[in-house]
Design a protein around this ligand. Structure first.
Ligand code: ZN
Length: 68
């Protein structure tokens, strides 16, 4: 079983993420190489921050809004 990065298609061999060749018939498991995992975490962080600031903004707007 080889682990293949589902983003950049590098394959893991002996703990190293190198190359892109996958031999026919080889069982593959999709994963993220460290570089793509970091990129993914950046995206997740940015998205989480965006969602967080949006929810804070919504609360601030609700507090500022005049009551009934
Ligand atoms: Zn990758």
């Amino acid at each position: 079983m080889v682990r293949v990065c589902c983003v950049c298609r590098k394959i893991e061999r002996d703990g190293q993420w190198l190359g892109t060749a996958v031999y026919p018939g080889q069982k593959v498991s999709h994963a993220y190489c460290p570089a793509c995992f970091d990129d993914l975490m950046d995206v997740v962080d940015r998205y989480a921050l965006q969602e967080w600031s949006r929810s804070v903004y919504t609360v601030v707007e609700a507090v500022k809004a005049p009551g009934p």
